[in-house]
Design a protein around this ligand. Structure first.
Ligand code: PMP
Length: 447
């Protein structure tokens, strides 16, 4: 094969060339088709080639592609912000547009810090986040992220962040405690960390409402986030919820935090916001934060060239309108229940599927060498990556996670099919996944 000048392809020479996409299917240059069961990386909520989104982008391109935000706002950015605030958790008043998830997290971290500088609390300089989390690959986002493997070689460049335990019920809940008691134990751990650092020294606690890219979907236990919210309030600490992956309808409500009954101070979104039609992300901010900036310095000291890009905003607005018009949030809940039943049928007694967990159309499968002891496979086997390759051979895209050097990430497969997936397509996805898992395991030594 001819050498590729595309950097990421240099490292993966056998990567197929995607040439077209329609519905939940992508076709490569050899004419082979793949079911996009992961929506890329939980991005393609409307699948590929959606005519309404494409038409909206064309229309915006004909009118105006780009105007820098230091000179202009645009009607489409205003309309998208109005739509997002109309449907946002209580108290959110403004939207800060960026071009993706890491940028959204960077902006939220800096917004939180500047907020405390503006209100005369510059001594607040710590962030607390969780292990086995993922918040992006830029340096600030990587620093709050808790994926040891991704952080390792960049450690000297990262701001110091305290990491506490994630909410990982399958592995960490003690047999003699209820889910609620487990949640309280995690909140107590966070409280001890805050007290050690000093409650008036902490800027924010940062967490994915439902964990995604690192440990194959981690759903919070009941009451956990309510406890976290109360704790943050007691110490005047901001709560930043990162819903870049789990947000924008993926879990069956527009924002995953709605299901927890908590409202964050800052909420990051991306992926499903533009559904992959354009790169776009955003930070939704509480009015008291925005008001502080308005009355104080008058500006957020941050910014990128492509903020609020008009075509990106047009794509996102169209995606959000289709979701509302076609009642897709209800459909996510319904299809999610169907998918859960299919998993139960296919993996309920599978000897190497330890846990299947998720909400809506956001699911993680945790692979284990032994179900009783929950022992993982040897990380050196890179089982998650092998399953991904086997799935591609079966014509299925699934998103692998695993292989942390701290030995705590195990092997996981994440599924995030488009909201428009039919029951028949979901059945095909689960069938092909079972094939890929079983074919991979057949070539792997068992303990
Ligand atoms: N936060 C979360 C929760 C994510 O899942 C991701 C991407 N997987 C990011 C941030 C970073 O987003 P991006 O890759 O668009 O920079």
């Amino acid at each position: 094969m001819q050498a590729s000048h595309v950097f990421h392809r240099q490292l993966l020479q056998d990567m197929p060339v995607a040439v077209s996409g329609q519905g939940i299917t992508i076709t490569d240059s050899q004419g082979k088709t793949y079911l996009d069961a992961s929506g890329g990386a939980a991005v393609s909520c409307l699948g590929h080639g959606h005519p309404d989104v494409i038409a909206a982008m064309h229309q915006q391109l004909d009118q105006l592609a780009y105007a820098h935000t230091s000179f202009f706002t645009t009607a489409v950015a205003e309309e998208l912000a109005d739509t997002l605030i109309d449907t946002a958790p209580a108290g959110m008043s403004n939207v800060y547009f960026v071009s993706g998830g890491s940028e959204a997290v960077e902006a939220a971290l800096k917004m939180a810090r500047q907020y405390f500088v503006e209100i005369g609390q510059p001594q607040r300089e710590h962030f607390i986040a969780r292990r086995q989390s993922y918040h992006g690959n830029t340096l600030g986002a990587l620093a709050v992220g808790g994926n040891a493997w991704r952080r390792e070689q960049f450690k000297p460049l990262l701001i110091e962040v305290e990491h506490v335990s994630p909410c990982y019920e399958y592995r960490d809940k003690h047999a003699d405690e209820t889910a609620e008691q487990y949640g309280q134990r995690l909140v107590a751990e966070l409280e001890a960390t805050i007290e050690r650092l000093g409650g008036d020294k902490v800027i924010a606690f940062v967490a994915e409402t439902v964990g995604g890219a690192t440990a194959g979907v981690l759903t919070p236990v009941p009451g956990y986030f309510k406890g976290v919210r109360e704790l943050c309030d007691r110490h005047g600490i901001l709560l930043i919820l990162d819903e870049v992956m789990c947000g924008m309808g993926r879990t069956g409500t527009l924002h995953a935090c709605e299901q927890e009954g908590v409202v964050p101070d800052l909420l990051t979104i991306a992926k499903g916001l533009g559904g992959g039609y354009q790169p776009i992300g955003a930070v939704l901010a509480q009015s008291r934060i925005v008001e502080t900036f308005r009355k104080g310095s008058g500006l957020f000291q941050h910014g990128h060239t492509y903020l609020g890009h008009a075509v990106a905003c047009a794509a996102a607005l169209a995606v959000q309108r289709v979701i509302q018009r076609d009642g897709l949030l209800a459909q996510v809940r319904e299809r999610g229940a169907q998918l859960q039943a299919l998993f139960q049928e296919s993996f309920g007694d599978h000897p190497h599927v330890g846990d299947v967990r998720g909400r809506g159309l956001f699911w993680g499968i945790e692979l284990v060498a032994d179900r009783a002891s929950k022992q993982w496979f040897d990380p050196e086997l890179k089982l998650h990556a092998r399953i991904k390759r086997a799935a591609m051979a079966e014509g299925l895209m699934c998103y692998p996670a695993g292989g942390s050097v701290d030995g705590r990430c195990g092997d996981h497969i994440l599924l995030a099919p488009p909201f428009i997936s039919t029951p028949g397509e979901l059945a095909q996805i689960v069938h092909r996944l079972r094939q890929a898992i079983d074919k991979t395991l057949a070539g792997v030594p068992r303990p």
